[in-house]
Every structure is written in C-alpha cells, then in structure tokens.
Design a protein around this ligand. Structure first.
Ligand SMILES: *[C@@H]1O[C@H](CO)[C@@H](O)[C@H](O)[C@H]1NC(C)=O
Ligand SMILES: *[C@@H]1O[C@H](CO)[C@@H](O)[C@H](O)[C@H]1NC(C)=O
Ligand SMILES: *[C@@H]1O[C@H](CO)[C@@H](O)[C@H](O)[C@H]1NC(C)=O
Ligand SMILES: *[C@@H]1O[C@H](CO)[C@@H](O)[C@H](O)[C@H]1NC(C)=O
Length: 180
C-alpha cells in the first residue's frame, strides 16, 4: 500500500516537474535581418527586435511594396537547427504564396505560417496591394506555437523566408532565435 502511494506520488511529481521544465523553457529572438534584393520592387521600412521589458520581447517589420498589386508569388520557408547535435530539425519548403492562407492542409506550411500569422497582415489571399507588416510579434506567442507542435530540441534555430515573384527572389527575412 505504501509503495503504491509512493509510486503515485512519484508519478505526479514527475508530471509537475516536467510541466515546470517545459514552462521554464524560453525562446529568445537573437537576430533579424530583412533584405530587399530588388529596390524597384520593395524596400524595407523597418525590421527590428525590441525588448520592452524582461517578459515582453517582440519583432516588427514593414516591407513597402512598390509594384502593386502582386497577383502571384512563391514563398520558400526554411527552419533549420544550427547545431549538429542529435535530432536535427531541418525543413525547407517552397509553395504558392497566394494559396498559403487557404492551404491549411499542409501541416508544415500551416505550422510555419502560424508562427506569425495573427500578428501580420499577410493573412489573406492574393492580390496583395498593400505594405507587408508583422506588428510586434512577441516571443511568448512563438514559444506557444512552437511547444504546441512537437517537442523541439533545445538549440539555436534560423527561420528563413524568401519571397519570390516571377522567378526572382525579391525579399528575404531571416530570424535567428534560441530555444533553451
Ligand atoms: C511589459 O511591457 C508590456 C507592454 O508595455 C506591459 O503590458 C507589461 O505589463 C510589462 N510587464 C512587466 C513585467 O513590466
Ligand atoms: C531551401 O531550398 C531552396 C530551393 O531548393 C534553396 O534555394 C534555399 O537556399 C534553401 N534554404 C535553406 C535555408 O537551406
Ligand atoms: C488580417 O490582419 C489585419 C491586421 O491585423 C486584420 O485587420 C484583418 O481582420 C485580418 N484579416 C483576416 C482575414 O484575418
Ligand atoms: C510579374 O509578371 C507579371 C506578368 O508578366 C507582371 O505584370 C508583373 O509586373 C511582374 N512583377 C514583377 C515584380 O516583376
């Protein structure tokens, strides 16, 4: 009987410990870089990381589009883990950007898109006839999406996106973050 309770208590302790452990993990943005490869197509109005205080850190970017409307584009999203430790996580997919919002069927697309979608005006189908915004995307939101998917290994990650129009890469946005 005593042993039984000890085992139950042990299991509960481990569950709480595990929950605490997961909650105490953090995502930190470490770097962001936005590049316009074609100054006639777009320019970067701003692109930065900011720490409002210890618990509220976010990224914002605004890309001005100069040749609107955009009726077709391709997106290449890649998420790479930088170290070569166990369980490397590398994803690199290319797809029709106009179908990104509708294409919830592809789990990887919807996951990568979900990392920023509610903080962005890139949330509808083509045509795009306005500047592209990601407005104060907080780390805790990314963290929530990240941990809700599959258990990611700790480490340094790079999220890279290329926005391709008529076969040429026009804009790239790269975000480095650590998951510890
Ligand atoms: C951090 O800043 C945000 C936004 O200004 C605010 O809502 C929040 O209460 C602040 N948190 C702390 C711990 O100061
Ligand atoms: C992803 O794949 C595309 C197309 O094959 C390639 O151009 C790009 O460099 C790759 N991105 C990364 C981050 O590996
Ligand atoms: C897209 O985002 C904008 C700005 O955040 C918001 O006003 C709009 O309602 C959103 N549209 C959809 C379809 O979610
Ligand atoms: C892409 O091609 C279409 C059709 O030829 C053209 O109307 C549009 O201006 C092109 N966009 C860019 C950014 O080159």
């Amino acid at each position: 009987m005593n042993l039984h309770y000890t085992v139950v208590a042990g299991v509960i302790f481990l569950m709480l410990y595990e929950m605490h452990f997961l909650e105490s993990r953090r995502i930190e943005f470490t770097n962001i870089k936005c590049s316009s490869m074609d100054e006639e197509f777009s320019n970067i109005e701003y692109c930065f990381l900011k720490a409002a205080n210890r618990s509220y850190k976010y990224l914002s970017l605004k890309i001005r589009l100069l040749k609107i409307p955009v009726h077709q584009f391709t997106v290449n999203l890649a998420l790479r883990k930088r170290s070569n430790g166990l369980m490397p996580f590398n994803q690199n997919i290319t797809f029709d950007g106009c179908k990104m919002v509708a294409d919830a069927g592809n789990r990887m697309i919807s996951f990568l898109f979900s990392l920023f979608k509610p903080y962005s005006n890139i949330n509808h189908s083509c045509p795009y006839d306005h500047d592209l915004l990601v407005d104060r995307l907080p780390t805790h939101f990314v963290h929530h999406q990240f941990t809700g998917y599959i258990p990611f290994p700790e480490g340094d990650y790079v999220f890279n996106s290329n926005w391709i129009v008529n076969g040429s890469n026009r804009v790239s946005v790269r975000v480095h973050f650590s998951f510890t």
